[in-house]
Design a protein around this ligand. Sequence first.
Ligand code: ATP
Ligand code: MG
Length: 139
Amino acid sequence: MSAERTFSIIKPDAVAAGQAGQILAMIQEAGFKILAMRMTRLTEAQAREFYGVHSARPFFGGLVKFMTEGPIVVMALERENAIKGLREVMGATNPANAAEGTVRKRFAADIERNCIHGSDAPETAGQELRFFFSGADLL
Ligand code: ATP
Ligand code: MG
């Protein structure tokens, strides 16, 4: 098996609550290598583009507002089976349905303010990594 890359965001709720370090530790304990990482803040235009697939959904406006409310931590991660594996570490979108020991079960408030993003497929992982990182960051 070969290493796969995925993209993750520690969302504004978790950064503001001082949970970024604990979430990062959970990611590393699950065997991920951090290839690149930085703290940043999304503009409204960036948030609308990043979550563009959800632009017709009723929660889109709230999601954009949430994702721009404060700093986030963006990460390029590598592991075997990274995309599926990170989604397991994250837990279900709605923390009420998230398994014990997952990031969202431990820290998320509700289906919107759910602490962490992870790419959902190889194509989106590639797009999202390029959205935030240059090729030189990912060598
Ligand atoms: P993410 O893409 O952030 O990793 P996900 O893949 O688990 O999360 P998506 O269906 O892609 O879930 O939704 C993207 C984000 O939009 C969710 O993480 C959450 O912040 C927000 N969201 C999704 N569904 C709802 C909803 N019904 N009400 C409010 N916010 C929602
Ligand atoms: Mg998603």
